[in-house]
Design a protein around this ligand. Structure first.
Ligand code: SAH
Ligand code: DHB
Ligand code: MG
Length: 224
């Protein structure tokens, strides 16, 4: 099979899985439409990955979730849907306007009682959260500026407990992590190596099919 045929097959498999397990959802579609109309970049997680986020949060029994990188709140809605009554999610976003769109999307999804979107540079927000002992979180999802991933990992660990899950989007980036000379993927490569080697974590990167190939990092914080 040549490269184009393989690519087409992978896309068809992705669509097959999506059709079965993540069929059209009016709330999610409205959130994407609102985000598009507001001119937000279309860099939300794909529907399949959103479903995976929801499943992982459910499997972890997460009650408190931290997200780094909100955009229009598309991944936020998936994660918040996994929460039990009384659960909560804090999502950190640099852009005030994006945060406004996300709050509206979360409200329209009926999740506003559980979700708080905080505006500012996530690094400063995270430092404040550690200072004010806002942890531990049961699940942290990293999906902001890719250069910040190694630092976000350190903050995530400080805001976790044994058993917490640390997830990160864009762990493969079209395969650019395979090229150690590719500076644009440097921080992602460092991040992946960190979670692979850190003895506090048990981790894996799961490749995912998109228009291009990407992946999600899944790490579980081990006992003390
Ligand atoms: N998780 C979202 C997509 C996030 S895209 C989803 O799947 O639906 C990445 C987001 O990170 C963008 O909205 C961008 O504004 C935000 N971001 C970039 N740098 C940031 C920083 N330093 N602090 C907080 N957010 C940041
Ligand atoms: C892009 C994709 C993402 O999932 C993200 O979080 C940030 C940027 C991109 O394709 O540029
Ligand atoms: Mg992403």
């Amino acid at each position: 099979m040549n490269r184009d045929d393989l690519r087409e097959l992978l896309v068809q498999i992705d669509l097959y899985v999506e059709g079965l397990f993540a069929p059209p959802d009016p709330v999610l579609e409205a959130a994407l439409r609102r985000s598009r109309e507001a001119g937000l970049p279309e860099i939300n997680v794909p529907r399949n990955e959103g479903k995976l986020l929801q499943l992982l949060a459910e499997i972890a029994g997460a009650r408190r979730v931290l997200e780094i990188g909100t955009l229009g709140g598309y991944s936020t809605i998936h994660l918040a849907r996994a929460l039990p009554e009384g659960g909560s999610l804090i999502s950190l976003e640099l852009d005030e306007r994006y945060a406004g769109v996300a709050r509206e999307n979360v409200r329209e999804a009926g999740l506003e009682d559980m979700v708080e979107v905080r505006v500012g540079d996530a690094k400063a927000s995270l430092a404040r959260m550690v200072e004010e002992s806002e942890g531990p979180f049961d699940l942290v999802f990293i999906d902001a500026d890719k250069g910040g991933y190694p630092e976000y990992l350190e903050w995530a660990l400080r805001l976790s407990r044994p058993g917490s899950l640390i997830l990160a989007d864009n762990a493969i980036r079209g395969g650019s992590v395979l090229d150690p000379e590719d500076e644009s993927a440097r921080a992602t490569l460092d991040f992946n190596e960190q979670i692979a080697r850190d003895t506090r974590l048990s981790a894996l990167v799961l490749p995912l099919i998109r228009e291009d190939i990407d992946g999600i990092a899944i790490a579980r914080v081990l006992g003390p």
